[in-house]
Design a protein around this ligand. Structure first.
Ligand code: NAD
Ligand code: DAU
Length: 351
């Protein structure tokens, strides 16, 4: 069936994998990628789609309600997959306002346009909001985040994502807008901006620079390969139930320090370095303010309802990821010149 879908944030890390999956898998769909190309957006992530006849890029800001409305009129979207966001916790701590405006107001602009443009009939329409497990707060040693877990966000980033989740549900409840939300754990894989732990560490190891590990490195994250997240988004978009929430996670918990040690082993092997060379770069630095201790997702709902399971074992995913960064040095080098250097100095010189 012909459809036009709006994907927001498609030039970012997860968004680019989602756009690629949809453009290639559904030639009968038109995929419109709306992205402001902030520091995190990179059209190079999608250069293989330049000639795809069913793909359109629109440069624009979701905070601009007039533009968002105009796009709904021009493209007559059947559905929205909303990924555009400010996504990095450390940046939200040093400068929260962009998180409030993009993650909250930007989301409301999209909700308003969808509601108004689809008002004659919501039939066949879907507003899919991509969210994070961080809205549930922080776990102790035991337990998991369920779809029913209470919201308890603890950083300006997770607070802004929690606000947007509440507003999405409110539009579903009040106006009947067919909304759906997923809350996913930490993604890793190709094209992730090197402010996030894994690409930052890969790049530093390659350049024999210190690997900054916050606090004692005991915080735990649940890692999922990005293409497995994109597959889950495809399944939920097509087979999920309106007004539902689905948690997505990798059953793959690592303390930061054991993850970095594992990465060091892989990097030594790939770079033909003597075993133990990379681990010497590990440097414990000042902890992140309000650092969440542990995230772990119970993904049994999406597994039971939609038969989704992660396809990759972590060891395989990590190898693929390292291979990609080592083979795409130009991608990394273009990013780490200029503004990235300034950011890196501000974040890490003082730690
Ligand atoms: P990212 O930072 O790599 O990409 C975000 C994209 O949004 C960029 O292309 C950027 O240019 C665009 N963008 C930012 N502000 C915009 C604005 N005002 N208007 C239009 N576009 C704008 O983020 P990511 O890691 O790919 O995350 C994508 C989504 O998934 C986010 O909503 C995030 O909260 C969520 N999420 C991320 C993870 C993760 O581990 N990375 C896990 C769970 C959920
Ligand atoms: O859980 C999902 C979330 O995962 C997403 O919603 C966010 O958008 C995404 O950025 C990610 O958040 P984290 O804060 O968990 O990811 P980050 O890569 O920044 O950090 C992972 C862990 O590593 C965290 O405990 C902090 C730590 N860390 C991070 C950096 C950048 C370090 O020890 N050193 C570092 O230099």
């Amino acid at each position: 069936m012909k459809k036009t879908l709006l994907v927001t944030g498609g030039a970012g890390f997860i968004g680019s994998h989602v756009v690629r999956l949809f453009v290639n898998k559904y030639p009968e769909y038109n995929i419109v990628n709306l992205d402001a190309l902030t520091y995190a957006g990179n059209l190079e992530n999608l250069k293989d789609l330049d000639q795809a006849p069913n793909y359109v890029f629109e440069k624009g800001d979701i905070r601009d309600s007039v533009l968002v409305d105009e796009l709904f009129v021009r493209h007559n979207f059947d559905g929205v997959i909303h990924l555009a966001a400010e996504s990095h916790v450390d940046r939200s701590i040093s400068d929260p306002m962009a998180f409030i405006t993009t993650n909250i107001i930007g989301t409301v602009n999209l909700l308003n346009s969808a509601k108004n443009h689809w008002k004659d009939s919501f039939s066949g329409k879907r507003f899919f909001h991509i969210s994070t497990d961080e809205v549930y707060g922080s776990l102790g040693k035991e337990g998991f985040f369920y779809e029913t877990s209470p919201y308890d966000p603890k950083s300006p980033y997770s607070g802004s994502k929690a606000s947007s989740d509440h507003l999405v549900r409110a539009y579903g409840h009040t106006y009947g807008l067919p909304v759906i939300i997923t809350n996913c754990s930490n993604n890793y894989g190709p094209n992730q901006f090197p402010e996030k732990l894994l690409p930052l560490a890969i790049n530093n190891i390659k350049n024999l620079k210190a690997i900054p590990v916050y606090g004692k490195g005991e915080n735990i994250r649940d890692w999922l390969y990005v293409e497995d997240h994109a597959r889950a988004i495809d399944l939920v978009y097509h087979k999920g139930r309106d007004f539902e929430t689905y948690n997505i996670g990798g059953h793959n918990e690592w303390t930061n320090i054991s993850l970095i040690r594992k990465l060091c082993e892989v990097m030594d092997r790939k770079l033909d370095r003597k075993a133990g060379t990379s681990a010497k770069l590990i440097t414990f630095v000042k902890d992140r303010a309000g650092h969440d201790m542990r995230y772990a997702i119970d993904a049994s709902k999406i597994e039971a309802e939609l038969a989704w399971v992660p396809s990759l074992q972590f060891e395989e995913g990590l190898e693929k990821t390292v291979d990609w960064y080592l083979a795409n040095e130009d991608w990394m080098n273009r990013i780490i010149s200029g503004d990235y250097e300034k950011y890196y100095e501000q974040q890490y010189e003082k730690r």
